[in-house]
Design a protein around this ligand. Structure first.
Ligand code: ATP
Ligand code: MG
Length: 580
């Protein structure tokens, strides 16, 4: 295990939660609710909490979104502007005869209209679903069918390329709004409609249990599921943003995730705005120089990203950081995949603070297990359960679910009841019901808790390898492999074997300057054997230029395995990079 990164008392430059253990003990949801204002009659609306109440409190002139376009374009949207634009958007929806509970889908890049559409939809009491703009026609269509889309907001190019051919086959779809001044036949141009709409809107008095968002899972393990979230989730977005991401009013915050994935909405729209930060939205995709320059120029204080990007930064080497000033940073966090210990140590050296790993799922709606600012970081650990969250490591036995002791591997489970928990999987009630056993929500991930209460990710239940009587999590093997100087990324699977049950096989990509070959394979295998022991080290290592990943950046081990065994590939609608 790599050395613990110790925090002085109070954490990195004054944590908002100086004594997490104490807060864990004293935490109540009623007290947390003080972070929100609420609406008359017990109503609760995410958009009100995120935007309009700040304007009411005199913060209209504060910048809510600083948008960086793909070229040099920039736009600053204040909380006042955002309140007005989202009200106009809500009025546009109402003017077309739509009503509360209708389902609004958005398909576009990270442009201001996306954020306006999200919050305007919520203001109108309708349900919002963001789709990743790089999806092909088929994934878009199936998701719109599952979510019974009544409205689609998109761009002309995306509409012509991906929607027009089958639009008439979605019977629920009544309105297509096109960003900009012009629209193809049968669609409505958004700009003139917004200009003609009233700038104020009476926010829908949604109940805390009214549905607000549908998020589709990443499809890492199979067909994506549509998780339904309600307005009450905003309570968890408020508190978890403050505790796990150090979001306080005025913070300059950059979440690199696209709203097409749950992180980009929960922590890329709602949580930051509810906590009244100024958020950076970058339309462009990952580019190392652009990212470093953005932190420097925009004076980013809190940065929330993902392991796949962090590994790319590591791969680019220290030299890439040379000309940039990172002194504005005060907190870094990562989510989406296990964060290799190597990456934690690397970031601590480069940025003067580690990336704080946290764990959650589309289903949980918010961060469940986290490394908090004031807590020592054990590289490779996801941290500890958030205040208000009870986690456990469980195993199904004949008498029901049993909690495992410290140091034992089992399924990571949570006690239901936090506000941002999904309320169902759309059209898949039976699958939803199966997630709950004996008062636990079962995550489908395997983990271990150490004697000090830190949680360690082992692998997805589906990815676990059983080799010669050992249970092996791919993450452990992958982390050991990327410690070798030549290895940039690794994906590890189990391949059936007559004697061992399964043997471990690794697919790796290399850092610049290294060439695949037998000598290198032997060297990497030797390194892995030294780190892991012969039983757990990979038997075979294959070099690849890329690994198959979801568009949200997760390595798709099930695809490596299907291809290895010549099995059907299953649902690959979220597949990004591909090379067989
Ligand atoms: P699907 O459920 O469709 O297969 P998915 O599980 O990848 O896709 P998401 O909800 O986007 O969809 O991802 C949640 C999963 O990502 C978690 O269950 C876990 O496996 C993984 N994950 C997220 N954060 C972490 C983390 N910090 N460490 C390890 N794994 C993580
Ligand atoms: Mg999942």
């Amino acid at each position: 295990m790599l050395e613990t990164i110790r925090k002085e008392s109070g954490g990195t430059r004054g944590a908002s939660l100086p004594d997490p253990e104490k807060t864990r003990k004293s935490f109540t949801w009623d007290a947390a609710a003080a972070l929100l204002d609420g609406l008359p009659g017990g109503a609760l609306n995410i958009a009100y909490e995120a935007v309009d109440r700040h304007v009411g409190a005199g913060h209209g002139p504060q910048v809510a979104i600083r948008w960086l376009g793909k070229g040099d374009a920039r736009e600053e949207i204040t909380y006042g502007d955002l309140a007005e634009r989202t009200s106009r958007f809500a009025n546009v929806l109402m003017a077309h005869g739509l009503a509360r509970g209708d389902s609004v889908f958005a398909l576009m890049g990270r442009v201001p209209d996306l954020y306006v559409a999200a919050l305007g939809t919520l203001k109108a009491g309708m349900i919002f679903t963001p789709l990743f703009s790089a999806f092909g026609p088929e994934p878009i269509r199936t998701r719109m069918e599952i979510g019974k889309a009544t409205v689609l907001v998109t761009t002309e190019t995306l509409y012509r390329r991906k929607i027009a051919a089958w639009r008439d086959q979605i019977p629920s779809l009544r309105l297509v709004l096109i960003v900009g001044a012009m629209a193809p036949e049968g669609c409505v141009a958004l700009d003139p409609a917004m200009a003609a709409a009233e700038p104020t809107f009476d926010i829908a008095l949604t109940t805390p249990e009214d549905p607000a968002l549908i998020h589709f899972t990443s499809g890492t393990t199979g067909k994506p599921k549509g998780a339904v979230h309600v307005h009450k989730a905003v309570l968890y977005h408020a508190i978890s943003g403050r505790y796990a991401l150090e979001l306080t009013p005025g913070t300059i915050y950059w979440c690199t995730a696209d709203p097409g994935w749950v992180t980009g909405t929960s922590y890329g729209i709602i949580s930051p705005l509810v906590n009244r930060v100024t958020m950076i939205v970058d339309e462009a995709d990952f580019d190392i120089d652009r990212w470093y320059a953005t932190i420097d120029r925009e004076k980013v204080e809190v940065w929330y990203s993902a392991p796949t990007a962090i590994r790319m930064m590591m791969r680019a080497g220290d030299a890439a950081t040379e000309f940039y000033d990172f002194s504005s940073l005060r907190f870094l966090a990562s989510v989406g995949e296990p964060l290799n210990p190597e990456a934690v140590v690397w970031s601590n050296r480069i940025f003067g603070m580690p990336f704080h790993d946290n764990w959650w799922q589309t289903e949980t709606g918010g961060i469940m297990i986290a490394n908090l600012a004031a807590q020592d970081v054990r590289p490779g650990s996801m941290g500890k359960p958030m205040p208000g969250i009870t986690a456990g490591i469980v195993e199904q036995t004949e008498t029901g679910m049993t909690e495992m002791g410290d140091g034992q591997i089992g399924e990571l489970a949570l006690r239901p009841g936090w506000p941002s928990m999904m309320r169902t999987y759309l059209n898949e009630q039976a699958r939803y019901d199966k997630c709950f056993v004996d008062g636990w929500y079962l995550s489908g991930d395997l983990a271990m808790r150490d004697g000090d209460g830190y949680y360690w990710f082992v692998g997805r239940a589906d990815d676990l390898i059983k080799s010669s009587g050992h249970l092996v999590g791919p993450f452990e093997v992958e982390s050991a492999l990327i410690e070798h100087e030549a290895v940039a990324e690794a994906g590890v699977i189990g391949v059936p074997d007559e004697t061992a049950g399964e043997v471990i096989k690794a697919y790796v990509t290399l850092n610049p300057g290294f060439t695949p070959g037998e000598d290198l394979e032997r060297a990497i295998r030797g390194h892995a054997r030294k780190k892991l022991g012969p039983a757990v080290a990979p038997r075979e290592i294959v070099f690849r230029n890329t690994l198959p990943k979801t568009r949200s950046g997760k390595i798709m081990r099930r695809l490596l395995k299907a291809r290895e065994l010549g099995l059907p590939e299953g649902d690959i609608s979220t597949l990004e990079t591909d090379e067989t």
